[in-house]
Design a protein around this ligand. Structure first.
Ligand SMILES: Cc1cc2nc3c(=O)[nH]c(=O)nc-3n(C[C@H](O)[C@H](O)[C@H](O)COP(=O)(O)OP(=O)(O)OC[C@H]3O[C@@H](n4cnc5c(N)ncnc54)[C@H](O)[C@@H]3O)c2cc1C
Ligand SMILES: *[C@@H]1O[C@H](CO)[C@@H](O)[C@H](O)[C@H]1NC(C)=O
Ligand SMILES: *[C@@H]1O[C@H](CO)[C@@H](O)[C@H](O)[C@H]1NC(C)=O
Length: 283
């Protein structure tokens, strides 16, 4: 009897797995606004708990695997497209009195759909400055486990290429089991190698791992790139596509949030206070 029930639940679970833009429920335990790497990571992690329902709202569209997004050789082609908010500055006195565009990702994956694919961390000192500003728990040492957790790092394929392009990898600072695929392109411009020689001549340090916390100098950065397919690894392919089958995760595109109400009231309130009044809410 129990075995049969278990089997039935299992079938229900499979049937209930939710494609993109499934009809919405009247309410959710968690609603996340914005489907960039931050929002998609949170949606992925929260929905690991099958007891809670999670909704992610993204203003932009989902991509269709266009080569302009997928291929590193086409970086920049989707700037100013429907995957870009097309923001711009006010006219800048010191830039010919002209405004300048500011690209921001608009779609499932956020900036990772249109960005330069350079996979780089800040330097130890950057995070130390955060701590000094009062943010305990945000030092390099605190963050390193999460940097590692995010990636599956594949080193450059041959020693020869590593030598030619000054690529150095510190195996200890990388992750080998995470959602974002990080690797090096199969095609590299010879002029890149010459550039490193020129920098060395000027006394600029090269050949160190740019993701090990010491970043002054010049280095060949790895990309968020699938090593086998040579296609862009986006926040969507890393954090959403692998959990499409979850019955408790709703993702809805073309949904522009204009206002946040907590318990029916406007957003500019003390959220902590509102939570203590409604202890059943997951916030
Ligand atoms: C052109 C470009 C090149 C870049 N190059 C690199 C690079 O080479 N290397 C690197 O490390 N970083 C690069 N970046 C930066 C990197 O992409 C961002 O730091 C990263 O995407 C930020 O992640 P996020 O989740 O905080 O925000 P975003 O990726 O910006 O995601 C926010 C999401 O929220 C959605 N959204 C916003 N408002 C609303 C709303 N009201 N309702 C619903 N949805 C909403 C947006 O549409 C977007 O999808 C680049 C960025 C750009 C734009
Ligand atoms: C950005 O501009 C392009 C070209 O005009 C347009 O197709 C696209 O819809 C715009 N993006 C948004 C979010 O409006
Ligand atoms: C690039 O350099 C390699 C190794 O020096 C050489 O074999 C190859 O022909 C070069 N390619 C081009 C396009 O110059």
């Amino acid at each position: 009897m129990f075995v049969l029930l278990g089997f039935a639940l299992c079938i229900v679970r499979i049937v209930l797995s939710l494609p993109l833009n499934s009809p919405l429920l009247p309410s959710y335990d968690y609603i996340i606004v914005g489907g960039g790497p931050a929002g998609l990571t949170i949606a992925n992690r929260l929905s690991e708990d099958p007891e809670v329902n999670v909704l992610l709202l993204e203003a932009g569209p989902a991509d269709h695997g266009e080569s302009t997004i997928a291929l590193p050789g086409m970086i920049g082609d989707e700037i100013g497209s429907r995957y870009d908010w097309n923001l711009s500055t006010t006219a800048q006195t010191y830039l010919n009195g002209e405004p300048r565009t500011i690209s921001q990702g608009h779609g499932l994956g956020g900036g990772t759909l249109i960005n330069g694919m350079l996979w780089n961390r800040g330097g130890v000192g950057d995070y130390e400055a955060w701590v000094q500003l009062g943010n305990e728990g945000w030092s390099w040492d605190d963050l390193l486990p999460y940097f590692r957790k995010s990636e599956t790092y594949t080193p450059v394929s041959t020693e020869e290429l590593a030598m030619q392009f000054s690529i150095e990898a510190d195996a200890d600072v990388h992750g080998y089991d995470g959602p974002v695929k990080v690797s090096f392109p199969h095609f590299m411009w010879n002029s890149s190698a010459v550039l490193f020689e020129a920098l060395n001549e000027l006394g600029v340090t090269t050949a160190y791992d740019p993701n090990a916390g010491l970043i002054a100098g010049a280095s060949f950065l790895p990309l968020n790139l699938d090593p086998a397919l040579q296609t862009r690894s986006t926040a969507r392919t890393a954090y959403y596509d692998p959990v499409l089958g979850r019955a408790n995760l709703w993702v809805s595109t073309g949904q522009y949030a204009t206002r946040i109400l907590f318990d029916g009231r406007d957003g500019a309130i003390d959220v902590t206070a509102s939570q203590s009044q409604d202890s059943n809410s997951h916030g």
